[in-house]
Design a protein around this ligand. Structure first.
Ligand code: ATP
Length: 297
């Protein structure tokens, strides 16, 4: 659905994107995660042909981003906090203006989304709060049942209640859509994304399906008979090894239920007990980001 290859973007002498590459499978909910300034918005603006890449390419629905036409745009929903909307029109007037551009616009769906998001149709766009504006952008992006929905930091500045309403509105309509969502908050995409890519200073640190990612990570505690010392030789998939008293702790990034005991006992003597716990997404990301910065992934 989206293919980004060796993408570079220069602003003056500054490289905002440095050879970025990732691939969004059809039907996925793909999260682009990265700290402030990592290059998420720049990537999305290139996808939407708001910016031109300096080098490399971005393809959506099989078309180069530089060549997307109204035909493709009718199949792409775009929601961003810095989206231009006419502040003097009411919500209702703006939606009426948009409808004719989309042959697939479904008015029943529009009505149900407006109801669900509790949008004040008669209010002027300029008078809407930040959260309402984002919800309104979502309402403009969904009724034509886009094949691809691109959301640039849709949750920033939303209070938890509004965020949940927004998510409910979105997920109820998800169906056959492919979703690309950018965020710097890991918690926001937990339970939503099927795939994740991690961006750091304009480069991709990793991309993976969520189930693979959570499946292969375990925090392992090895209890020893005597005071533990950090082993000199470790497999490179064991990260963040620490020795506290008689317990060795590390993160196994290639967890295999059947093989773990043997792998540990063949390397470490005097093992009393082994405990491997699943990790929350936030800890997985922290581990990976640290490892990537240390050049270990
Ligand atoms: P945030 O989470 O803060 O929105 P982001 O990951 O979306 O960050 P971008 O907005 O893509 O990051 O910015 C990436 C880098 O490019 C930043 O260092 C930013 O300052 C720089 N940048 C973005 N747009 C421009 C511009 N028009 N001119 C100069 N530098 C820019």
């Amino acid at each position: 659905m989206i293919r980004v290859e060796n993408l570079w973007k220069k602003f003056g002498r500054f490289d905002a994107l440095r050879g970025l590459g990732f691939h969004v499978p059809e039907g996925s909910a793909f999260a682009l995660i990265g700290a402030n300034g990592a290059g998420k918005t720049t990537t999305i603006k290139i996808l939407m042909n708001i910016l031109e890449p300096t080098r490399g390419s971005a393809t959506l629905l099989g078309v180069d981003s530089r060549k997307i036409s109204p035909r493709e745009l009718r199949q792409i929903g775009y929601v961003s906090e810095n989206q231009d909307m006419p502040s003097r029109l009411t919500v209702e007037e703006y939606v009426a203006y948009l409808r004719p551009f989309y042959p697939t616009w479904d008015r029943d769906l529009e009505a149900s989304i407006a109801l669900q998001l509790r949008l004040p149709l008669e209010r002027k766009i300029g008078d809407l709060s930040h959260g309402m504006r984002l919800k309104m952008a979502l309402m403009c992006a969904l009724p034509f049942r886009p094949k691809l929905l691109i959301l640039d930091e849709p949750f920033s500045g939303l209070d938890p209640l509004v965020r949940d309403e927004f998510m409910e509105g979105l997920l109820e309509q998800a169906g056959e859509m492919t979703i690309l969502v950018s965020s710097h908050e890991l918690g926001e995409i937990d339970g939503v994304a099927t795939h994740v890519a991690f961006l750091d200073e304009g480069q991709l640190l990793f991309q993976e399906s969520m189930s693979e990612l959570t499946g292969r990570f375990r925090e392992v505690h090895v209890t020893l008979e005597i005071e533990a010392a950090r082993p000199a030789q470790m497999p490179k998939e064991w990260l963040e090894m620490r020795a506290i008293g008689r317990v060795l702790t590390f993160v196994d990034t290639r967890f295999d239920e059947n093989g773990l005991n043997e792998r540990i006992r063949s390397r470490i003597g005097g093992v009393r007990g082994i405990d491997a716990q699943p990790m929350v997404l936030r800890s997985i990301f922290t581990t990976l980001a640290r490892a990537a910065r240390d050049g270990r992934t």
